[in-house]
Ligand binder design. Structure first.
Ligand code: NCD
Length: 357
């Protein structure tokens, strides 16, 4: 029997597969009713250990529009998690009920850990400040429709680039297409994590870091605004220092290209003024709708003839990950593993780097 395929990071799919999924999503958009029944008899479980509006509802709507059904929780307090059940046990049980699982968790690496114990495909619906590959699929479908290309773009990302998981996944995806350049706009404290810079360097992609949004505006084909991720800060004071620094308003839009596309994974707090919503270049509400088609396409692809065999777990490393927000430090039975990168050791679950000693 085949082992299940999981979507933890976008690299779990090949570039032709992403292209196939984004094409399929575009077709679904054209004739959504034709897809009703494609997943008849299938069940999606949404296990959301962290709040969500769009991601959870679009996953659920996607399965319902494909003619499947849904189970799950959006408040772990109402599940046996509140009685102390481990991620391993919850996932093991749910994978006996459902055909596919979408999992969101506040700790980095949780979906990867869950996949070790699931007999059905696990989709990462956002893990802490780490990754959010299905938002990126959404972003790709949006770009395909609104820009017509994934290549040769100058992409500005603005806001909390350190903790914004959507940013990390999007950079990893867009660095794979030719001729893209990045303008990373943040305060010095909220720049992208080192592993993302390593990724950009390894892919030979050019990028510049800026701290002024107004100055960046005329350069951009795409502007990806993000919220300062309040829940990831160590203290309320630290958040207070960072919030409200970047605000996209009508004045800044005057200096942008006519064909700029403004995206935002939402929820928005105060980083885009409401007047910008009426600018035809603002595409963030359209983006939420593309997310539905993207997830319909993804569910179709991932429930296609997948196996139910559990991969054997290997013994873990004695070493501990240095990231306190890594799942392996909370659920300590998970077999830890690391890979070498120069003189660094990189955690396979959360990508935290520590100096090899
Ligand atoms: C994002 C997330 O949860 O990471 N939202 C989403 O999935 N659309 C962005 C955010 O919370 O700021």
């Amino acid at each position: 029997m085949m082992q299940s395929r999981h979507l933890i990071d976008l690299s779990d799919l090949s570039v032709p597969e992403w292209e196939e999924i984004t094409r399929l999503a575009c077709d679904i958009r054209e004739r959504i009713d034709d897809y009703y029944g494609v997943c008849r008899g299938k069940i999606l479980a949404t296990l959301f250990y962290e709040p969500s509006t769009r991601t959870q509802m679009s996953f659920q709507t996607a399965m319902l529009r494909l003619g499947g059904r849904i189970i799950g929780f959006d408040n772990p307090g109402n599940s046996s998690v509140s009685k102390g059940e481990s991620l391993k046990d919850t996932v093991r049980v749910v994978s006996g009920y459902a055909d596919i699982i979408a999992l969101r968790h506040p700790l980095a690496g949780a979906p990867k850990a869950a996949a070790l114990y699931s007999r059905v495909p696990v989709i990462n619906a956002g893990d802490g400040g780490h990754l959010h590959p299905t938002q990126t699929l959404t972003d790709l479908v949006t770009l395909r429709n609104e820009k017509g290309t994934f290549s040769g773009l100058c992409i500005g990302l603005c806001g909390d680039l350190k903790n914004g998981r959507t940013v990390h996944s999007l950079i990893k995806a867009m660095a794979g297409f030719s001729g893209n350049r990045f303008v990373l706009i943040s305060t010095p404290d909220l720049g992208v994590p080192p592993y993302i810079k390593d990724y950009l360097a390894a892919s030979g992609c050019s990028y510049q870091e800026m701290d002024n949004l107004a100055e960046a505006m005329p350069l951009l084909d795409v502007l990806y605004m993000t919220r300062i991720q309040q829940e990831r800060f160590a203290s309320p004071e630290e958040y207070e220092r960072q919030k409200g620094v970047y605000v996209l308003d009508a004045e800044k839009m005057k200096h942008a290209r006519k064909d700029l596309v403004v995206l935002h994974p939402l929820p928005r707090v105060d980083e885009i003024t409401v007047e910008v919503d009426d600018d035809p270049r603002a595409k963030y509400f359209e983006q939420t709708e593309y997310g539905l088609y993207a997830r319909m396409a993804l569910i179709m692809k991932m429930t296609e003839g997948t196996g139910k065999e559990l991969a054997p777990t290997r013994p873990g490393s004695q070493r501990r990950c240095s990231n306190p927000l890594c799942i392996t430090n909370r659920e300590t039975y998970i077999p830890r593993s690391f890979r070498k990168s120069g003189d660094m050791l990189v955690c396979d679950f959360c990508d935290e780097r520590t100096l090899l000693s």
